[in-house]
Design a protein around this ligand. Structure first.
Ligand SMILES: Cc1cc2nc3c(=O)[nH]c(=O)nc-3n(C[C@H](O)[C@H](O)[C@H](O)COP(=O)(O)OP(=O)(O)OC[C@H]3O[C@@H](n4cnc5c(N)ncnc54)[C@H](O)[C@@H]3O)c2cc1C
Length: 456
C-alpha cells in the first residue's frame, strides 16, 4: 500500500477528516488529492476592471483548491439540523449537533476566536414572522467572514502539512476497488496510488465525477432536488434590525397561489454579490467580510424555490442548468433587474440601474428575469418579497435589485450506511459530494464522523 488512507478533495469534508485522523491516529499514512490549487495560489482572475466576467479557468479557484467551495465563502457555519443537510438522518440529531459544535471549537482554535456566534433562540423576530405567515428556522450561526475563514484555513493547512501528504492540481480520474474492497487504487494523470481506505469528498464541483464513480462501481444513487431563484440586494438598513441580532435568518414562506415553499438563503449583511461558476455555467452567489473596512452599504440574500421531480424525469440538476444557461445566453452571464421593473413587465436597462438608489455590488447585465425564470417560480419569489416587506419594510421597493439566476445544485444522494460507508467496505463518501450535506458545518462534521469511525 502507498497509503493507509487516501482522501479525495480538500474541501471542509476532506480537511476535517484529515485533521481528525491526524489527531487520533498519527501513525497512519494519509494523502489528500485535490484537483485545485494550494490555498495561497487560489485566485479568481475577475477583477471587475480588465476581466469582468468568468473566463472559464481550467481549475475554478472559487470552487476548487484547499478549502474547497468554502474557501472564499462567507464562512457562515450554521449549527443546526434544520437546514444545511440531512446528516442527522444517518448519525442522529444529537451526534450531528455535537460534531458541528466540535468543528466550531476547532475553527476557534485555528484563528476564529473573537468572531460572533448568533442565535435565533428566544428572539422577538420569530414571533413577528409567524404573525405574518413567515417561519424562522432555528439555528446558531458562527460568522467567520470571508477574511477570517481564509485565515483559519491557512492555519489548519500549516498544522496539517507535515502530518498529511497533499497533492494539489491533481484531479483523481478514477477509483478502482481491488477485491471486494480490500484496497483501493486512486488513478491520477501522474500515476496510480493504492490505499486501504478511501474517503471521497469531492463537493458540488465533483458531482459529475462522483456520478461516474458510482456508476463504475455499481453504487446506488437517487435523484435529488434543485433550488432555483434570485439573489436580492437592498440597502443594509432594510434588514439591519434582523441581521444585527441574528446575522443570518432562514425564513420560509408557503405561497398562496401554488402552495410552494420559498425560503431565504445565505444572507450577507453589508456584503457583495458575486459570480459562481458551476461546470462552466455562471450563476450568482454572495458573501461578506467581518472587517468593517471591506463592508458595503448593501445586504444580499437568495430567495429560492425547491423543485423536486418525480418519474419519468430524473435530471433535476440538468433542469437547473438549462435555466441558468438561458440567463447566460440572454445576459452573457448574470442578469440584474430592479424589482419595480419586473413588476411593471419591463426590462431593466443600464440607465434605469444607474438611476437606482441601490448601487449594484456585482457588474451584471441589466435585463428581464421574466424571460428566464418559469412563471411558477417567479410568482413565488414575488409573493415572498411582498411577505418579507411586512417584517422588513422596504424589501418590495422599486429599487430592490434581483440577480438571476441563483441555483443550488444538489448532488445525487449516494447510498451509504450510518458510518457514511458505501456498499464497498472502507470506501466512504462524505460532504456535499454524497448529496447528504450542503453546508460548511455539515460537510465538516461528516469528515470528523468518518475519521472517528476509521480511527476506532
Ligand atoms: C461562493 C460560495 C459561498 C458559500 N457560502 C457558504 C456559507 O456561508 N455557509 C455554508 O454553510 N456553506 C456555504 N457554501 C457552501 C459550502 O462551501 C459547501 O457546502 C462546502 O464547501 C462543502 O464542502 P465539501 O468538502 O463537501 O465540498 P467542497 O468544498 O466543494 O470541496 C470539494 C473539493 O474536492 C475537489 N475535487 C472535486 N473533484 C475532484 C477530483 N476528481 N479529484 C480531486 N479533487 C476533486 C474540489 O476541487 C474541491 O476543492 C458556499 C459555497 C459557495 C460556492
Amino acid at each position: 500500500m502507498n497509503y493507509d488512507i487516501i482522501i479525495i478533495g480538500a474541501g471542509p469534508g476532506g480537511i476535517f477528516s484529515a485533521y481528525e485522523l491526524s489527531c487520533l491516529r498519527p501513525d497512519l499514512k494519509i494523502a489528500v488529492f485535490e484537483a485545485g490549487h494550494a490555498l495561497e495560489k487560489r485566485r479568481c482572475p475577475i477583477d471587475g476592471d480588465k476581466i469582468k466576467s468568468c473566463i472559464g479557468c481550467k481549475s475554478c479557484s472559487i470552487m476548487s483548491g484547499f478549502g474547497g467551495a468554502g474557501a472564499f465563502s462567507d464562512g457562515k457555519y450554521n449549527i443546526t439540523n434544520d437546514f444545511g443537510g440531512t446528516l442527522y438522518e444517518y448519525i442522529g440529531k444529537k451526534r450531528a449537533l455535537d460534531l458541528m459544535k466540535y468543528v466550531d471549537e476547532i475553527n476557534m482554535r485555528f484563528g476564529g476566536e473573537g468572531t460572533k456566534l448568533y442565535s435565533t433562540a428566544g428572539t422577538g423576530f420569530k414571533t413577528e414572522c409567524i404573525r405574518n405567515d413567515l417561519h424562522l428556522l432555528d439555528a446558531s450561526v458562527r460568522h467567520l467572514g470571508t477574511d477570517i475563514n481564509y485565515v483559519v484555513l491557512g492555519n489548519i493547512y500549516d498544522y496539517l502539512k507535515d502530518k498529511v501528504e497533499f497533492f494539489f492540481d491533481t484531479p483523481v480520474r478514477s477509483v478502482t476497488a481491488d477485491g471486494d474492497g480490500d484496497s483501493y487504487t486512486v488513478n491520477c494523470d501522474s500515476g496510480s496510488y493504492t490505499c486501504e481506505k478511501c474517503i471521497i469528498s469531492v463537493g458540488r464541483s465533483g458531482s459529475k465525477w462522483m456520478e461516474k464513480v458510482c456508476r463504475d462501481l455499481g453504487i446506488s444513487t437517487k435523484s435529488n432536488r434543485v433550488d432555483i431563484g434570485v439573489r436580492v440586494e437592498l440597502p443594509a438598513v432594510v434588514f439591519a434590525h434582523i441581521t444585527d441580532e441574528l446575522y443570518e435568518s432562514k425564513i420560509v414562506y408557503r405561497t398562496e397561489t401554488y402552495g410552494d415553499k420559498v425560503r431565504t438563503f445565505c444572507m450577507n449583511p453589508k456584503g457583495a454579490v458575486v459570480n459562481e461558476n458551476t461546470n462552466g455555467i455562471i450563476t450568482v452567489n454572495g458573501h461578506s467580510y467581518e472587517d468593517p473596512a471591506k463592508q458595503t452599504e448593501n445586504t444580499n440574500f437568495a430567495l429560492l424555490v425547491a423543485k423536486h421531480f418525480s418519474e419519468p424525469f430524473k435530471d433535476s440538476n440538468g433542469y437547473g442548468e438549462s435555466i441558468a444557461r438561458l440567463s447566460n445566453m440572454l445576459g452573457g452571464g448574470v442578469i440584474v433587474q430592479r424589482f419595480g421593473d419586473l413588476i411593471r413587465g419591463q426590462r431593466s436597462t443600464p440607465g434605469r440601474i444607474e438611476e437606482s438608489f441601490v448601487t449594484p455590488t456585482l457588474a451584471a447585465t441589466p435585463g428581464d428575469l421574466s424571460l428566464v425564470l418559469p412563471k411558477r417560480i417567479l410568482d413565488g419569489i414575488i409573493e415572498m418579497i411582498y411577505a418579507l416587506d411586512k417584517v422588513a419594510p422596504g424589501t418590495a421597493n422599486d429599487d430592490t435589485l434581483l440577480y438571476g439566476v441563483e441555483v443550488k445544485f444538489y448532488n445525487m444522494e449516494v447510498e451509504v450506511n450510518e458510518n457514511l460507508e458505501s456498499s464497498y467496505k472502507g470506501l466512504y463518501i462524505i460532504g456535499d459530494g454524497s448529496g447528504i450535506t450542503h453546508s460548511l458545518s455539515h460537510a465538516s462534521a461528516s469528515g470528523v464522523h468518518v475519521a472517528r469511525n476509521i480511527a476506532n
